[in-house]
Ligand binder design. Structure first.
Ligand SMILES: NC(=O)c1ccc[n+]([C@@H]2O[C@H](COP(=O)([O-])OP(=O)(O)OC[C@H]3O[C@@H](n4cnc5c(N)ncnc54)[C@H](O)[C@@H]3O)[C@@H](O)[C@H]2O)c1
Length: 333
């Protein structure tokens, strides 16, 4: 058994609590947040500082605080002698992400990242197809993410919508899709991006929509994303066009095989699942990797390229905007 504590008891902190309670190789020791209800059945702390002074039992701290605090909270926990399981994204820029890993290496502790959709059977099935070269040459990958995040969503939590704490829709809404590209392919690089703000100009400090051009090994890739869909989430999926097959994986939790036509697999088994919450799988994996001292698909090193990809995309979008503004000034001089 490994002992877990949770830092940040908001929406996802509660999901981790249930995942730890459901796991037979994990114990919940304590929860840390500013204000906590009574009757949680575990020790509670109102600050990370007091927890780090008093706690002697915790092996892993789950960092479930806003994105912009992950770096500081992870480093403080590592320096306090705890392994960390960091909610996505690991950090909001590549320097911070690398610093977390460097502190962990110095302290001989582990960093895990909450990339739980890697446990979707559909995602694992496609990974096996790719590893076995069953799809032949991969020509093209298209990622579509068409969601709705309205003004009320941004009013609910003050960190949502801020550049420093949220970091933008690619980090907060769509990072799992980027993570799955990194899980399936060894080398995924953002090569261009452009962004637009259709319906959140006075709501968020960043744009709500855009596209990203990327490469995944030798394949070309394109991602289109928006949180400006009318009324409610519309769809999100990943399409692979390959020499020996066509695949479309979808739904918000990438748990559905929407289309598959494969040359080498005559009757593809139904790998879709109704399971949407893969956090219990992730908690089990983290505890197991620590007990056996095994490498893990959730090791922080595998989350670095996600941060780089999104950071690059955001920077491309910002520099494209400057060029556009300059072009506008020239054309209107
Ligand atoms: N893996 C996923 O599918 C998934 C889904 C949702 C959110 N997330 C990630 O989880 C993280 C949290 O998101 P959320 O939706 O739960 O946010 P939230 O606002 O509901 O919860 C954050 C909690 O952190 C607490 N907190 C903030 N600063 C703190 C501090 N210094 N010390 C102690 N507690 C502090 C807040 O009081 C709040 O309770 C984010 O990084 C988000 O991107 C991941």
């Amino acid at each position: 058994m490994k002992n877990f504590s949770i830092l940040g008891y908001g929406h996802i902190g509660k999901v981790h609590e249930q995942a730890i309670l459901a796991s037979d190789n994990a114990n919940l020791i304590s929860i840390i947040d500013f204000e906590l209800p009574s009757g949680l059945g575990v020790k509670t702390y109102s600050t990370l500082e007091i927890f780090l002074q008093e706690d002697k039992e915790t092996d892993v701290v789950v960092i479930a605080t806003p994105n912009g605090l992950h770096r500081e909270h992870a480093i403080r926990c590592l320096k306090g002698g705890k392994n960390v399981f960091i909610e996505k994204p690991l950090a909001l820029n590549i320097e911070d992400a690398k610093e977390i890993l460097a502190v962990a290496a110095e302290k001989k502790l582990r960093v895990f990242s909450s990339m739980q959709l890697r446990f979707s059977p559909v995602i694992q099935y496609v990974k096996k197809l790719l590893e076995n070269n069953a799809l032949g040459k991969i020509h093209m990958i298209n990622v579509q993410c068409y969601w709705n995040r309205n003004k009320n969503y941004y009013k609910l939590r003050e960190w949502h919508g801020s550049e420093d704490m949220d970091g933008g829709v690619l980090f907060t809404q769509f990072s799992h899709f980027v993570d799955i590209l990194n899980f399936w392919f060894e080398k995924v690089d953002c090569i261009g991006a452009k962004s637009y703000n259709f319906s959140h100009t006075n709501v968020t400090e960043f744009d709500d929509s855009g596209y990203v051009d990327f490469t995944a090994n030798e394949a070309v890739g394109h991602m289109t994303y928006t949180t400006s869909v009318f009324n409610k989430n519309f769809e999100s999926d990943i399409v692979i066009i390959a020499e020996k097959g066509t695949i479309k994986v979808g739904d918000q939790y990438l748990n559905q095989m929407i289309y598959s036509d494969l040359k080498n697999v005559c009757c593809s088994k139904n790998v879709s699942t109704d399971q949407k919450n893969f956090h219990p799988n992730a908690i089990y994996e983290v505890a197991d990797a620590l007990m056996r001292n095994n490498e893990s698909i959730l090791d922080g090193i595998h989350a670095i390229n996600l941060v780089k990809f999104i950071d690059d995309a955001n920077n491309f979008s910002k520099s494209n905007k400057i060029i556009t503004n300059k072009e506008y000034e020239v054309s209107h001089a």
